[in-house]
Design a protein around this ligand. Structure first.
Ligand code: ZN
Length: 304
């Protein structure tokens, strides 16, 4: 009996040790009237936790229209904050807490529509690098896109933010040596999604990792628009993944089912929190002209 108890204690110590090594993650979410943020955040939690690298808490803000005063998450308890949020701007103290968290080396992942809110918060714009809608225009910084083998910073006037109907599109890696992308197929097909275009923002300390081509309205020519990028903010690292629309129905999470979305999210999240990526290259990653799905939000048994 004593031996059994000893064994049980040893096993528990081992378990807690493993748990302690995982990346402690908080998903900030709520209020987004254009997206099924509850389902999207549940999907992100499953993607992260199924990798065995992360533990995830979901912390929703007050409801739309309610006071934001009470929203004071303790960011300092976490290694990583994932923002899947489209609502009211945060109060001053919450902003300061978050700025301090990131400045001190906290990791941040920003998903899809989370580049839209809080346009009135200068440091949030600096953290996301590029934003869209909510009155953003030339006052907020240049358009940034890829043309003739380099990135263009275009200061011409105009509104920020556009998306057409959802469609599949090709993602092209532009920084193939970055730890988030290194070793992955450099051109791959993303499953049906909203492709954000005409982003603009301060674009400081930004490293655009991948683009996708989009034509805006009736224009004859499109642009290679940023879809994955990183931003350095103080000692902190931010990874932005503008893929991952989640519509208002459980059947409308297909953009997040894309293996490309999930793997870049996982690798970007580890990099933002730890500065390195230890994950192997999965065999089910999409490739040129071929999209693949992970409908259960986890890697299939034969992925590694
Ligand atoms: Zn969307």
């Amino acid at each position: 009996m004593k031996r059994f108890l000893f064994l049980a204690v040893v096993i528990c110590l081992f378990c807690s040790g493993t748990e302690a090594q995982k990346i402690k993650t908080m998903i900030v979410t709520g209020q987004d009237g254009s997206h099924w943020w509850q389902g999207g955040s549940e999907a992100v939690k499953m993607i992260l936790e199924n990798s065995e690298l992360f533990t995830v808490d979901i912390l929703a803000t007050p409801q739309r229209g309610e006071s934001m005063e009470s929203y004071r998450p303790d960011f300092s308890k976490y290694d990583l904050v994932v923002i899947n949020y489209g609502g009211a701007t945060w109060v001053e103290q919450t902003r300061k807490d978050f700025e301090q968290f990131v400045s001190n080396g906290g990791g941040v992942v920003v998903i899809h529509s989370s580049i839209i809110p809080m346009d009135d918060w200068e440091e949030y714009n600096n953290m996301v690098g590029l934003g869209a809608w909510n009155g953003r225009n030339e006052k907020d910084g240049p358009y940034v896109y890829w043309k003739n083998d380099r990135f263009v910073y275009d200061y011409s006037p105009g509104a920020a933010g556009y998306h057409g109907l959802q469609h599949p599109f090709t993602v092209v890696h532009r920084n193939t040596e970055h730890p988030i992308l290194k070793g992955l197929p450099t051109v791959w097909e993303h499953f049906k999604d909203e492709l954000y275009a005409r982003l603009r923002g301060p674009a400081r300390n930004i490293d655009i990792l991948a683009t996708a081509y989009e034509v805006v309205g009736n224009a004859s020519e499109g642009r290679d628009e940023p879809v994955l990028w990183t931003v350095k903010y103080g000692k902190g690292k931010v990874f932005v993944n503008v893929l991952g629309h989640a519509g208002n129905d459980p059947e409308l999470r297909y953009s997040m089912e894309c293996t490309g979305f999930q793997v870049t999210l996982l690798r970007g999240a580890e990099w933002a929190a730890r500065g390195t990526v230890t994950q192997q290259i999965p065999k089910d990653f999409p490739s040129k002209g071929v999209s693949t799905l992970r409908k259960d939000f986890k890697a299939p048994f034969n992925a590694y």
